[in-house]
Design a protein around this ligand. Structure first.
Ligand code: 13P
Ligand code: SF4
Length: 301
């Protein structure tokens, strides 16, 4: 029996389902039951019939799934797979902003720890942030942790006053304007599709800015045959699967989230077999962090 067959057998035996983000390695995307961006995966997680969720992604994703489904078992193939940006905000600053600004909403990108979510009014993902911020009654928005996504949302919702936090994604921050210019010279007809975690200079050169699912949907619908992709290289698999005749270019220093790449078939098999790496969230933390997540799911409908 090969490892894929072993995983399929274990899944049936343990009543488990595999969720995967587009940034994980192709062989993981191939065996996943559901694959998508952070928003899609958080929606899917609340409607699953299986008792065990194996989450092929980083810790904030598994943690969110557990918070939304406290009665389910959420297993992480690699418990050390984490998102650096998820820690780039702090309770003290949130408290300070609440004291400084009246009529303030603390808007928390889902790429954050549960400890940050519990201090926030609503969560967002890159797929729904503009819609949700527009729908909030508050004038002032303190957006944590990502400054790049915050600036992008602010540009789309000029009627609100934004207060920025200095968090960023180390992978997207590395994508540089000069590299895109070089790619544009090589492929002048290509459209530039960009994740909003990229720096403003890159966003300014883009034909489309959106979540990983947004980028994939744009490429599939477009009449254009070539694209310069400004996000993590894991999306290449789905882009090429859906569009075998189109061409996708990444910057020379291809963006890689090494934490997402920690997930392997062997680790999935082992976690299914032995039940290790279970996400644990205390009742108190769960109660306080579920509200902003549920508010997100409601407002994004
Ligand atoms: P998406 O919300 O587009 O899935 O992005 C998540 C992420 O981690 C981007 O770096
Ligand atoms: Fe976090 Fe960046 Fe990796 Fe996304 S790509 S999980 S934001 S470190």
């Amino acid at each position: 029996m090969n490892i894929t067959e072993e995983i399929q057998d274990l899944k049936r035996e343990k009543n488990a389902v595999i969720l995967a983000h587009y940034y994980v390695n192709p062989e993981i995307q191939e065996i996943a039951d559901y694959i998508g961006d952070s928003y899609y995966l958080s929606k899917v997680a609340v409607d699953l019939k299986e008792q065990t969720i194996v989450f092929c992604g980083v810790s904030f994703m598994g943690e969110s799934a557990k918070i939304l489904n406290p009665d389910k078992t959420v297993l992480m193939p690699d418990i050390s797979a984490d998102c650096a940006m998820a820690h780039m905000a702090d309770a003290k600053t949130i408290q300070k902003m609440r004291e400084e600004y009246e009529d303030l909403a603390v808007v928390c990108y889902i790429n954050s720890t549960a400890e940050l979510k519990r201090l926030s009014d609503v969560c967002v993902t890159s797929a729904n942030a503009v819609k949700i911020v527009k729908a909030l009654p508050n004038k002032n928005i303190f957006f944590i942790p990502d400054r790049n996504l915050a600036h992008f949302v602010a540009s789309q919702v000029p009627e609100k006053h934004f207060v920025y936090n200095e968090g960023y994604c180390p992978v997207h921050e590395e994508i540089q304007e000069q590299e895109i210019r070089k790619e544009k010279e090589l492929h002048p007809a290509a459209k530039v599709l960009t994740h909003p975690e990229c720096p403003q200079t890159v966003r300014d050169m883009s034909d489309y800015i959106g979540s990983t699912s947004g980028i994939i949907a744009y490429a599939a619908k477009s009449d254009c045959q070539e694209f310069i992709i400004c996000t993590e290289n894991g999306v290449r698999f789905e882009l090429e699967r859906q569009n075998p005749d189109k061409r996708f270019y990444f910057t020379r220093t291809e963006p890689v989230c090494h934490d997402m790449k920690k997930i392997t078939l062997v680790k999935i098999r082992d976690v299914l077999k032995n039940g290790g790496n279970e996400i644990q969230v205390t009742d108190e933390l769960r109660r306080e962090s579920v509200e902003p997540l549920e508010r997100m799911l409601e407002l994004a409908k």
